[in-house]
Design a protein around this ligand. Sequence first.
Ligand SMILES: Cc1ncc(COP(=O)(O)O)c(C=O)c1O
Length: 389
Amino acid sequence: MNRDLIYLDNAATSWPKPEAVGRAMVACLEDEAGNPGRSGHRLSLAASRRVYAVREAVAQLFGAPDPLRVIFTHNATFAVNLALGGLLSPGDRVVCTGMEHNAVMRPLRDLEELGVEVVVAPCDATGRLDLEAFARVVAAGPTRMVALNHASNVTGTLCPVAEAAELAHRAGALVLVDAAQSAGSVPIDMAAMGIDLLAFTGHKGLLGPTGTGGLILGERVNAAEMRPLVQGGTGSRSAMERQPPDLPDRFEAGTINFVGIAGLGAGLEALADLGGPEAVGRWERELARQLWEGLSAIPGVRLFGTADFSQRVAVVSFTVEGRTVSEVGGRLDDEFGILTRVGLHCAPAAHRTIGTFPTGTVRLSPGPFNTPEQIERTIAAVRRIAEGA
Ligand SMILES: Cc1ncc(COP(=O)(O)O)c(C=O)c1O
């Protein structure tokens, strides 16, 4: 029955998942449910091999220096917390952008209370980072790290990561990139883009299940100086009472989400079968462009973000004059079976930047399995709501 819905909330989590994702997870539970890296028997070894294969696939997708520098976490939020909490100390200075999600803002505001200086570099009203202001802010003091939102979950606007990373490196800072909204829809090469820490989530553009994600450490990051957020058993060096230095074990205490990681592996294969991030991103952007053009012709509809589609992913935020965002989202769901997300999208800073705080926007986020026909139906539905029908 749900297959009749028009799901335009892929920025929250992608849906539907490729069938192979569920199949891979069920196969793990039924046939291979040993604990990876713990015991020496065949089921445990099979699980370890499968996890390593997914680590390799992730490393290859993002141009990571070594699969062992891929740390699996529950989601992007945990990965960002690990990077910030693991590397920043009182007295350090960190620069983020005016488009950050709370996955970055909340841990930063917490670190601020502990004595970390947090500076927010401004973005314009389309969400684009002002590189000149960023350069000034980064150079204004010894900066330990910059945190960049690669693609905004509010406007879809892309951050010029390579240019910003160059400026950050010139100032001696490490570059953390929150790729929650770009991974799977934008090609990412850590070395070419100057990314030192890449936080990704598995359940959005990588088409995997919830409970998966990770942090990838570039070569500039000295893992021995980075504090783990969680400590405990790793199945390795069991005689040690301290967290071992080896990667990825140092940052993967406790049994990892082996079943979810197997699903993530199937998601990555499905993404490759669809042509990879370049092809998927192109398809999604075409749908977003169709939405943008159709919605901008409706009187009373206001769109946010850039109209330059080479500088954005397929996240389209809008408001309708005289209607609350909850009313629009509620009617799209109840009357038309169109699923969206309304409000602040866990990113109050971004809404302040684009001028939609505190009421927020209605967000439409097409994914690889949406069709132009669904987009036409969505535009027609918004038109009816805007016209007061
Ligand atoms: C830009 C951005 N960063 C971080 C996150 C957090 O991702 P997760 O829920 O997988 O932790 C999201 C999720 O919505 C996001 O859009």
